[in-house]
Design a protein around this ligand. Structure first.
Ligand SMILES: Nc1ncnc2c1ncn2[C@@H]1O[C@H](COP(=O)(O)OP(=O)(O)O)[C@@H](O)[C@H]1O
Length: 190
């Protein structure tokens, strides 16, 4: 079983790459952003709660996010492995994920980071906002806030996974196919 964390700043291309990788390696793709958006669309209690944070570009509280993620993992008892996209985003989430997987005799195999400069990414997000309908992509101030959240809360995860020798950076600039190729090389080396 391989369990991959796809890591990167907002707009780094995690979702795009996950679409290719999940089929190629037969992994269950869990995107916390997508799951929150699904709940918002269906106006569930979780969706209503998440929306108040997401619309501002803030992270949803750990307790809520961790519970949701665990229940999604539990919905897939026959998975050959998981591709985590947008989770973990805080040290508390990473620790909870390690403890949860270890209770199932599982672990994170690798954290693969898509790297790109902020300025390129902000442009990408504003471009995506024109068609995605995502409120958090349409306003530069909200986007800047997401980067601040990333720098404060998510960036420390790089050292967390480096300390476990599980961190693999990949250049996130290039064509979609080129980047899939770079990610595949890492996965096949594991
Ligand atoms: N693991 C998480 N912890 C807390 N909030 C999250 C998490 N994953 C997603 N969210 C919320 O959903 C929003 C969108 O996430 P996502 O679709 O992954 O976007 P991005 O393009 O910024 O990577 C985040 O800004 C945050 O509010």
């Amino acid at each position: 079983m391989i369990n991959i964390v796809l890591f990167g700043k907002p707009g780094a291309g995690k979702g795009t790459q996950a679409e290719f990788l999940k089929g190629k390696y037969n992994l269950v793709h869990l995107s916390t952003g997508d799951i929150f958006r699904f709940n918002i669309k269906n106006d569930t209690e979780l969706g209503q709660l998440a929306k108040t944070f997401m619309d501002k570009g803030d992270l949803v509280p750990d307790e809520v996010t961790i519970k949701m993620l665990q229940s999604e993992v539990d919905k897939n008892p026959n998975a050959k492995g998981f591709l985590f996209d947008g989770f973990p985003r805080t040290i508390a989430q990473a620790e909870a994920l390690d403890a949860f997987l270890s209770s199932k005799q599982q672990e994170i195999t690798a954290t693969i980071a898509l790297e790109a400069d902020d300025e390129i990414l902000v442009e990408r997000l504003l471009e995506r906002g024109k068609t995605s309908g995502r409120p958090d992509d349409q306003d530069e101030e909200k986007i800047r806030n997401r980067y601040q959240e990333y720098n404060e809360k998510t960036a420390p995860l790089m050292d967390y996974y480096k300390g476990k020798n599980k961190f693999y950076p990949v250049n996130g600039i290039g064509s979609i196919e080129e980047i899939t190729e770079r990610l595949s090389k890492v996965i096949e080396s594991l």
